[in-house]
Design a protein around this ligand. Structure first.
Ligand SMILES: Nc1ncnc2c1ncn2[C@@H]1O[C@H](COP(=O)(O)OP(=O)(O)O)[C@@H](O)[C@H]1O
Ligand SMILES: [Mg+2]
Length: 227
């Protein structure tokens, strides 16, 4: 019985390179526990994004299974998968991917509306989230009026907006300087702890590992505990 919000069991993935298949993930099992912030490091091209995409129901494994809140998503069709992505998982990527013509508060409102959950409680959560990422004074700003760090803070607040159990971040600080990177990851860590989320962050910046509870290294298709 799986109790963790996120679990992968014996996941493999290969990609075709010319005539041959290259194994990117080889028999990976992994769990992300509530309230824990996990980091995944490893060389470029080692399969970190592939791993995170499979964990986030954005890519299907060749073999093995992904469990979101104890449910295997293997048999889910498009609509149910879309619902899992919208309600159970918050994503943060390298680029903030904000909607250019929406103000900061509208970026968050949009995901709540997509979920069909724009009520009083959601409005309160929006205010609280923007407060906690230090963007209270920027609610009516458009993305082009924000700095890179501020945009990424909007992306963090947006990832938490639908109150997902799982937070996945793929190189969220790749476009930021060191001070801004620290700030962003410290914020993520704070939210993960306060809201008791299961979070996984892929990063190449080992100075950020101090904010994480557990570190895994992706190497030759395997996920190895420790740095
Ligand atoms: N859709 C795809 N088709 C073919 N090859 C891919 C695809 N996605 C990733 N790869 C290859 O798989 C390997 C791992 O990629 P990726 O997971 O993005 O690594 P990382 O995030 O660790 O840099 C790379 O060699 C990459 O070129
Ligand atoms: Mg990557």
């Amino acid at each position: 019985m799986i109790t963790a919000p996120l679990a992968l069991e014996n996941v493999t993935k290969a990609f075709k390179d010319g005539e041959q298949y290259i194994n990117i993930l080889e028999d990976i099992s992994f769990t992300a526990e509530k309230g824990k912030f996990t980091a995944v490091i490893g060389p470029s091209g080692s399969g970190k994004s592939t791993f995170l995409s499979i964990a986030g129901a954005l890519l299907t494994p060749d073999q093995g299974e992904v469990f979101v809140n104890s449910q295997s998503i293997a048999s889910y069709k498009d609509k149910k998968l879309a619902n899992v992505r919208l309600t159970s998982i918050g994503y943060i990527f390298q680029a903030a991917n904000l909607v250019p013509y929406l103000k900061v508060n509208e970026q968050l409102k949009l995901v709540a509306q997509m979920k069909g959950d724009w009520d009083r409680e959601a409005k309160q959560r929006l205010g609280q989230l923007l407060e906690s990422v230090g963007l209270k004074a920027r609610v009516n700003y458009y993305p082009h009026q924000l700095s890179g760090g501020e945009k990424q803070r909007v992306a963090i607040a947006r990832a938490f907006m639908n109150n997902p159990d799982i937070i996945l971040a793929d190189e969220p600080t790749a476009n930021l300087d060191q001070a801004r990177s620290d700030e962003i990851v410290a914020l993520m860590a704070k939210e993960v702890k306060e809201k008791d989320k299961a979070a996984v962050m892929v990063t190449h910046d080992e100075s950020l590992l101090k904010y994480c509870d557990t570190v895994y290294r992706m190497e030759q298709g395997k996920l190895i505990k420790g740095r």
